[in-house]
Design a protein around this ligand. Structure first.
Ligand SMILES: [Zn+2]
Length: 261
């Protein structure tokens, strides 16, 4: 059993041993983005369980308490105060997307590249828009603008209302890592179509959900994923929420910070 765990942890399993490791080359996610937009904020999956499905990813914490960065197997919680702390190990997540990051390609990002430029670079290197990509960018940033979100109390307001008062952090001359995913257009309602990126500074003291940046220099690594797994919450809120409504406009405002005052 111990050996099996080590092998699974190293991400080497299917094919080699003929086993069916479900997380191999998969984006594993908890809940749906529309449920989060609608205010389904109660954590439902323990972080320890989430960690079994990946060592790399993004999301949020119980009651929307900050932004999640999972990097090299370590969880970081970017609080609304701007402080980055290790999350409660007993904590749970209401929404997260993770994978075992095993990149197939890396390439340099030119000086002066911003968010749109980075997306174009990745689209050029990983041109199949119908596959998922995990993206890790290590670099120096002339500027980096992020946001976080504060923990919510019942009755939970929709994410659009929370994002309208979100704290925004502006960093200058900062080294760090962008962690995120590109999802295909057909996941609308389930995850974020296009790019969803979080940031953690190299010293681990700052970060958040990425709104904008300008790079000095950096390297991108991409892991193309050909599986998609969704763990649905077992909460009463998830059972009661109306997910028939199209929330794409709300999502645009929330993701790009357009609903900010
Ligand atoms: Zn985010």
């Amino acid at each position: 059993m111990k050996i099996w765990k080590q092998i699974a942890g190293a991400g080497l399993c299917l094919g080699m041993l003929g086993c069916a490791c479900p997380s191999r080359n998969a984006l594993y996610q908890v809940s749906t983005i529309d449920a989060l937009l609608a205010g389904v904020y109660d954590g439902d999956l323990p972080l320890a369980d989430l960690r079994r499905h990946g060592d790399f990813g993004i999301g949020t914490y119980d009651r929307l308490d900050g932004e999640m960065v999972l990097l090299d197997g370590e969880f970081h919680q970017v609080k609304a105060s701007g402080k980055v702390v290790p999350p409660d190990p007993e904590g749970e997540t209401p929404f997260a997307a993770v994978c075992f990051f095993r990149p197939e390609m890396d390439f340099a990002i030119p000086e002066g590249t911003g968010m749109e430029g980075l997306e174009k670079c990745v689209d050029r290197e990983a041109p199949n828009p119908n596959q998922f990509c995990a993206l890790r960018v290590e670099g120096h940033f002339k500027t980096m603008r992020t946001r976080s979100v504060p923990p919510q109390k019942r009755p939970f307001p929709p994410l659009k209302a929370v994002a309208a008062t979100q704290p925004v952090f502006d960093m200058e001359n900062v080294a760090g890592t962008i962690v995120g995913f590109r999802c295909p257009p057909y996941v609308a309602g389930v995850n974020v179509p296009g790019y969803h990126l979080h940031f953690l500074s190299k010293d681990g003291s700052r970060g958040g959900h990425v709104l904008a940046f300008e790079m000095v220099a950096g390297t991108a690594r991409v892991d193309v994923l050909d599986r998609f797994m969704v763990q649905l919450p077992g909460t009463e809120d998830f059972a009661a929420v109306d997910l028939a409504r199209d929330r794409q406009q709300d999502l645009k405002g929330v993701e790009k910070g357009k609903s900010r005052r």
